[in-house]
Ligand binder design. Structure first.
Ligand SMILES: [Zn+2]
Length: 341
């Protein structure tokens, strides 16, 4: 994840962590209108299996325009996004309605999602949205690492297809750290793609709210030793290593098994900056490596908002938009696309 729940003011951006899940809700406007399979399919490669918007969820303004400094004499908010009004503003779901609201959006927008969470959480989503869920699971639970043989069972017998979200950056740990190498070795052996949080985080205030987070541990170059040790490993760099574009491009040039997702960053940072970042990835020649994602959590309309940013991008061709919204993820996850228009 990128941003976690933000303060009631406005909206934060991307940083989040990928594990927490705290949501709850307020009013929401959802409502499945049409449920047309004629809508071109979309794959959201970065989606969290929360059941509720959560008790601390607040309305959110996407693409907040700037971060503000704070004084250690305090008081200091845990998020640095400036408070500002916006339109559209995204609202949490009402208690008990988040899952239903998001599934309605998935059907309306014809979205299949790679959903990360505990096996129990992911199963609830599979039951609620049959055929639209690709199950993902991290190698940690409740702050503890899961025995590798337990994970082997989950991947070989439990139907889990992706390892993630791996949020080592929030612990200040490099993805190439040998303490976690056994998990990546397992993924390589089983041919399971791994999804690693890289880059975003901190919400403009990691010094205040997340003391173990290290911006430096999101550097895409930290993946190089891991990739060298596991040359067949397929890696989804979550949040596209934002904002380290130069190192991200260099890594993409160096390794053809690396893809990126634009989740979280797409709605968490100033819009001009977001578009520039995605444009650089594409203009550098990696239009077949950029995957759409939301970092879905808390706000049911986050998905439609995030999709609109790609669909309205005047710097992308129609083909590039389809590649980002569907084709690249279908290739990376080796989905059966027979019959897909
Ligand atoms: Zn993340």
């Amino acid at each position: 994840m990128t941003r976690s729940s933000r303060p009631a003011r406005r909206t934060p951006s991307t940083t989040l962590l990928c594990a927490a899940a705290l949501l709850l809700g307020l009013p929401i406007v959802s409502a499945a209108q049409n449920t047309s399979k004629d809508v071109p399919p979309i794959i959201d490669v970065h989606f969290h299996a929360m059941d509720e918007s959560g008790p601390n969820a607040q309305p959110m303004c996407p693409n907040t325009s700037n971060f503000v400094a704070s004084d250690p004499k305090g008081p200091e908010a845990p998020f640095g996004w400036v408070q500002e009004e916006c339109s559209p503003k995204l609202y949490p779901a009402k208690p008990g309605e988040y899952l239903k609201d998001v599934v309605a959006e998935m059907e309306r927008l014809n979205v299949t999602a790679v959903v990360f969470g505990s096996p129990e959480q992911v199963k609830r989503w599979q039951a609620a949205a049959p055929g639209r869920i690709i199950p993902g699971a991290p190698f940690e639970s409740g702050g503890k690492r899961i025995p590798v043989e337990q994970l082997r069972v989950a991947f070989t017998q439990g139907g889990i297809k992706v390892m993630g979200e791996i949020g080592l950056q929030y612990q200040g740990i490099s993805p190439s750290d040998m303490s976690v190498d056994q998990y990546f070795a397992l993924a390589e052996e089983l041919d399971i793609p791994v999804a690693i949080h890289m880059g975003t985080g901190g919400s403009g205030r990691s010094n205040v709210s997340r003391p173990t987070f290290r911006a430096s541990k999101g550097d895409p170059f930290l993946l190089e030793e891991l990739l060298a040790r596991h040359p067949k490993l397929r890696v989804q760099v979550m949040h596209a290593g934002y904002p380290m574009i130069d190192n991200m491009l260099a890594l993409l040039q160096a390794s053809s098994h690396v893809y990126v997702d634009v989740a979280g960053l797409i709605w968490s940072y100033p819009i001009k900056e977001v578009n520039r970042y995605i444009e650089r990835l594409v203009d550098a020649g990696f239009q077949d490596r950029v995957m759409f994602g939301t970092d879905q959590m808390m706000w049911p309309k986050l998905m439609t908002y995030s999709i609109s940013l790609i669909q309205n991008a005047d710097y992308l061709t129609t083909q590039q938009k389809r590649d980002i919204l569907y084709n690249n993820a279908a290739r990376f996850f080796r989905l059966d696309t027979a019959g897909v228009k």
